[in-house]
Design a protein around this ligand. Sequence first.
Ligand SMILES: *Cc1c(COP(=O)(O)O)cnc(C)c1O
Length: 450
Amino acid sequence: MAEQTKYVLDEADLPARWYNVVPDLPEPPPPPLHPGTREPVGPDDLAPLFPQALIAQEVTSERYVDIPEEVREVYRLWRPSPLFRARRLEKALGTPARIYYKYEGVSPVGSHKPNTAVPQAFYNAQEGVARLTTETGAGQWGSALAFACAQFGLECEVWQVRASYDQKPYRKLMMETFGATVHPSPSDLTESGRAILAAHPDSTGSLGIAISEAVEQAAQDPDTRYALGSVLNHVLLHQTIIGEEALKQFELAGDTPDLLVGCTGGGSNFGGLAFPFLREKLAGRMNPVIRAVEPAACPSLTRGKYAYDFGDTAGLTPLLKMHTLGHEFIPDPIHAGGLRYHGMSPLISHIYELGLIEAIAVGQQECFAAGVRFARSEGIIPAPEPAHALAACIQEALRCKETGEEKVILTALCGHAHLDLPAYGAYLAGDMVDNELSAATLEASLATLP
Ligand SMILES: *Cc1c(COP(=O)(O)O)cnc(C)c1O
């Protein structure tokens, strides 16, 4: 029989439940705190920002949450997503390792983000919310939420980091095509934005500032809620559909992963792929090493501090216990916009502290070299974010070449680069630098922790 390249599930095999890793952990993660009282936040504190169903999912101790049929109907537009065996990359590397990638670029916006945007829009619509606000960097999350809002008849208002708003007009046009309104951030529409503009009129913005603007807007209007595309427990919960499908696909392949690698911005595609495998590992059914890969310019897990910090720049959010570089940290403008966040999911941070996962940081030149190598063998041009994970895959595959080990490696190829091609242009032109974070900059930034 010919060698199989992709493992596809039938629509009937679409998982019916998301997986919550918390009850399977040896201890639960520390709770978010109210910044004023430093007491754990309650549902009332979160109600101005999120619908009740999502607040309940944020703190649930159930191992599984049913996926509503309305959400599964939208998921079927692109799910189940394919699992590929990267045979051509393996050959190009000359490695005995077997490399698999779960491809999320088949979604309507080209990334894993709609896996959570769709249920978030659904629950908000169900509770009578009229409008969602959010932030976006490069625009993957903004376009996913714009698409999801169009599915459920919600208005969508997006604050896009100024630098990306100016440099990447196609993502903005995509959001507008789905019916969203897009503002550059910082904007003069919010107090947080006006304060930044007063101090830095030429500010190119950051995800932290854009979050402040979107949160401030939602808190003021009873018909508006806020949606976050990463970091929070309910977001990682929704993304576990990736890992649940991948487990079934590995059964089809008759294989078991020895190593999982994923890129981490706020931790959602990584957690989504890894948590169902972590469940299997904790139950003693397999024993993969699980490795997070972050950019050297924004290394929250490998060089940040595990401490309570704000999720945004203005300090409007609850305090989250996470690996953070400080909420005022503005990362260098690397091309992986989705990885330029100062913090990390509290759940991923906790699991890292428990020693259940490991983390490495990679410079962007190595990532783009990996992206080009992948494109020339597998035919998919990876987004700059998953190019970080591919760099780690290739590192490992080359080690296997030395040792002769037939290691099985799995990664999430969480998006394609069709709207990020100028970044590849910069790389091919030799016009790309590695932005290493200096110890002095890091120390100054950590001094601002609340
Ligand atoms: C948003 C995004 C990321 C980073 O977010 P995570 O929550 O860490 O997954 C990574 N890759 C792509 C393609 C993204 O759109």
